[in-house]
Write a protein that binds this ligand. Structure first.
Ligand SMILES: [Zn+2]
Ligand SMILES: [Zn+2]
Length: 308
C-alpha cells in the first residue's frame, strides 16, 4: 500500500477555515509549523501506513462525524476502569497518567475507578507473553456495567489492563482499541514495557525498573491513553504530520508518536472542547517537567513562544 505525505495545499484543506478561531488557536495552528512539526516519513513494510490505507480526516469530515464524544450538560466524566491485577513491580502509575489526561482533555473530569477482575465472558487465547484477551469483550463489559457507574456524569469509559489484548483472529495484538459508537475503549500496558520483546514474563517480574525504563514506560502509557481517548472524541488516524494520532503497529512507530497533536488534530479537539490552548500548553509543560518528560516539556514551552 503506497503512502504519499501530504503537501501544503492538502494540509491547508484539512485545516479548513481558521478565521473564526481565537487568536491563540490561529497562532497554534499556523506559527512556526515547520520548526515544530515533522512530516510523516515513508512507511517501512511492517508499519501502520504500509498495512492500512488511511485517507486522512479533514476538519470538515471530523465535523460531520456523528459517533464522537461531546461533553454536554452533566456528561463530562471519563471513567478509567483498571481490569485485572496491577500488582506488578513494573506497573505504571495510573494516578500520574490520569493527571496528564485531566489536562489534555480540558473541561472533562477524569475519574479512576477501583480495579475489577477479568470476567468469564472476556475471551482469551494463549499469546507469546501470557494470556491475550479479546478487546470486544472489554467493550461489552463496559457497556453492560454502565448502570453501575454514574450514568448522568458518564461521557466515556476506558478499560486499562496489564494483560495483552487482541481485536480478533488475524491480528497478533493491539495496543488499544476504541468503540466510538458506545463511548468505550480498552488499552493495554503489556507491550509498553521496554523489556516485553526482550525477556520472558518471569524475567520481567524480577527485573527492577531503571530510571530510563520508568520514563519510557510512563511516556508510552500516557500517549496510548491520550491516543485512545482521542479516537473516542472522533479523531481518526492522522496522516498530516508526525502526531499523537498516527497509527502505530510496532515499538518504533509507538515511540515516534509524540505527546502532542498536530495543528489539524488540535483544531479538531478544540472544536469540541473549546480549551484555552495557551493555558493547556502551559499546564501540560509544567506536568511534563514535574515527571521528567524533558523532551515534551521543552516542545510545549517552545510552542508557547509561537502563541504569545
Ligand atoms: Zn489508533
Ligand atoms: Zn494530527
Amino acid at each position: 500500500m503506497s503512502f504519499t505525505a501530504s503537501n501544503d495545499q492538502q494540509i491547508a484543506e484539512a485545516l479548513g477555515d481558521l478565521s473564526k478561531l481565537p487568536n491563540t488557536m490561529k497562532m497554534a495552528a499556523t506559527n512556526g509549523i515547520e520548526e515544530s512539526f515533522e512530516p510523516v516519513p515513508p512507511p517501512n513494510g511492517g508499519d501502520w501506513l504500509a498495512q492500512h490505507k488511511e485517507r486522512g480526516q479533514t476538519m470538515e469530515s471530523f465535523q460531520q462525524t456523528s459517533s464522537k464524544a461531546i461533553p454536554h450538560g452533566t456528561h463530562k466524566t471519563i471513567y478509567i476502569q483498571p481490569v485485572g491485577s496491577f500488582d506488578h513491580p513494573r506497573a505504571p502509575p495510573l494516578d500520574v497518567i490520569v493527571e496528564f489526561a485531566k489536562i489534555f482533555f480540558s473541561g472533562c473530569v477524569i475519574e479512576l475507578l477501583p480495579t475489577v477482575d477479568f470476567t468469564k465472558d472476556m475471551r482469551k487465547r494463549d499469546g507469546s507473553g501470557g494470556p491475550q484477551y479479546l478487546t470486544g469483550d472489554f467493550h461489552n463489559y463496559l457497556v453492560q456495567t454502565r448502570s453501575q457507574r454514574d450514568t448522568r456524569r458518564e461521557l466515556l469509559c476506558v478499560a486499562v489492563t496489564m494483560a495483552d489484548i487482541y481485536p480478533g483472529d488475524g491480528w497478533n495484538f493491539v495496543y488499544g482499541q476504541a468503540r466510538s459508537t458506545d463511548g468505550v475503549g480498552v488499552y493495554s500496558f503489556a507491550r509498553l514495557d521496554p523489556l516485553f520483546y526482550r525477556a520472558t514474563s518471569e524475567e520481567i517480574l524480577q527485573t527492577p525498573l531503571t530510571e530510563e525504563h520508568r520514563i519510557i514506560l510512563l511516556r508510552r502509557c500516557i500517549k496510548i491513553l491520550l491516543h485512545e481517548i482521542g479516537h473516542l472524541f472522533g479523531l481518526k488516524h492522522c496522516i498530516y504530520y508526525v502526531c499523537l494520532m498516527n497509527g502505530a503497529n510496532n515499538e518504533t512507530e509507538m515511540d515516534r508518536q509524540p505527546l502532542y497533536l498536530c495543528p489539524v488534530c488540535l483544531c479538531k479537539l478544540h472544536s469540541t472542547l473549546q480549551f484555552d490552548v495557551e493555558h493547556l500548553y502551559e499546564t501540560f509543560a509544567n506536568l511534563c517537567d514535574e515527571y521528567e518528560l524533558e523532551t515534551e516539556c521543552s516542545w510545549y514551552q517552545k510552542r508557547l513562544e509561537y502563541i504569545h
